[in-house]
Ligand binder design. Structure first.
Ligand code: TYM
Length: 343
């Protein structure tokens, strides 16, 4: 097994990616990107934009290109450093597609159909249940295994996909009788994988039709204020020391991400004491803390967005690093499988 050695330490490899569905929101940031930024200091990192994965939704070419640009810009604005991480487009490493084909031979229909994300897509886009959706976890496994990653920083919703990737590693290694592929683990610095809730009180934060369920890294101050103002709450605590209602639990989780522990404690005490009429003040505080968190990122996004030359350099460099690592894995995998050259 090849490890990179940095200042005498063995560096583990890290891979993760985000689909270019548009601007990134707090779920993407706290579920994934925040960990990317920390891990690049101590790990050998490969972070990509999952543009092949987006094809399952049939984007038009101009939207695909624009959305890819948003993610590259927002990766950099949030703090990814092209000198510390390989930042690249998934489609700039086409060997991923070959690895996907090879792994597909050991991925079984029953388990693919049982994947929660596939079931979800059948429900949400019944008119476009394509084969790419079914084998989505296999492509994701290819992204990870192609760099023999040890750790994969992702949010809670990706946990099952990571389990599937681990299974494909075991199958491949068993089939060919050698420890060639590496079993990756899902990772979060807080130890538990997280799910950032949406503002409408239901499920996870994600891009919605109206856009009001999510706070985006690009949102301006007024938009943030409006969204937090309309975030779902309840009728107030129904007594002392009662458990949080789901809506208030969500608001407190958002507090825990962008506010100080003292602020969190201040409002927690109000809840525990069963106090009335403090939600307005709480939302104002959350708005202020959220704006302080987002504003510097938003300003960097604006600066970077017009710098196509720099973005091009970053992605070219990232593609070269990804090629170096990924093409080698696929070449070796071909040999193990028995593809031998006759010339
Ligand atoms: P995607 O693009 O849906 O989301 C990107 C990352 O953001 C995390 N995330 C969240 N985390 C916490 N709370 C939320 N509300 C929330 N919403 C999104 C996701 O868990 C993810 O980490 N299949 C992946 C992209 C992908 C990938 C990979 C990831 C393709 N290949 C290989 C890791 C490794 C996806 O669709 O993520």
């Amino acid at each position: 097994m090849v490890f990179y050695i940095f200042a005498g330490f063995i560096m583990e490899r890290v891979v993760s990616g985000i689909r270019p569905t548009g601007n990134l929101h707090l779920g993407n940031y706290f579920g994934a990107l925040q960990n990317f930024i920390k891990m690049q200091e101590t790990h050998q990192c490969y972070f990509f934009i999952a543009d092949y994965h987006l094809l399952t939704t049939h984007p038009n070419p101009a939207d695909l290109h624009n959305n890819v640009k948003h993610v590259v810009v927002e990766y950099l604005a949030a703090g990814l450093d092209p000198y510390k991480s390989a930042i690249y487009l998934q489609s700039d490493l086409p060997e991923t597609a070959e690895m996907y084909l090879l792994l597909n031979m050991n991925a079984y229909l029953g388990e693919l159909e049982r994947s929660a994300s596939f079931k979800d897509k059948i429900r949400t886009q019944p008119n476009n249940v394509n084969a790419g959706l079914l084998t989505y976890p296999v492509l994701m496994a290819a992204d990870i295994l192609i760099h023999k990653a040890h750790k994969v920083p992702v949010g809670k919703d990706q946990e099952q996909h990571l389990e599937m990737a681990r299974e494909y590693v075991r199958r491949f290694n068993n089939m060919y009788g050698q420890e060639f592929l590496v079993e990756p683990t899902a990772f979060n610095f807080g130890e538990k994988l997280i799910k950032v809730p949406g503002l409408d009180g239901t499920g996870k934060m994600s891009k919605s039709e109206s856009g009001s369920n999510a706070i985006f890294l690009i949102d301006d101050d007024i938009t943030i204020e409006k969204k937090i103002k309309s975030a779902k709450t309840d009728l107030g605590p129904q007594g002392m020391n009662t458990p949080f209602s789901p809506e208030i639990e969500n608001i407190f989780l958002l507090f825990s991400l962008v506010s100080s522990p003292e602020t969190l404690k201040f409002y927690q005490e109000k809840w525990n004491n069963g106090e009335e009429k403090w939600y307005g003040g709480m939302k104002k505080q959350l708005t202020e803390d959220m704006i302080n968190f987002i504003k510097p990122i938003r300003e960097r996004i604006k600066d970077l967005y017009s710098n196509d030359e720099y973005l091009g350099k970053v992605l070219k460099h990232g593609a070269e690093l990804a090629q170096e690592s990924g093409a080698k894995t696929v070449r070796e995998m071909r040999e193990i499988i028995g593809f031998k050259k006759f010339y």
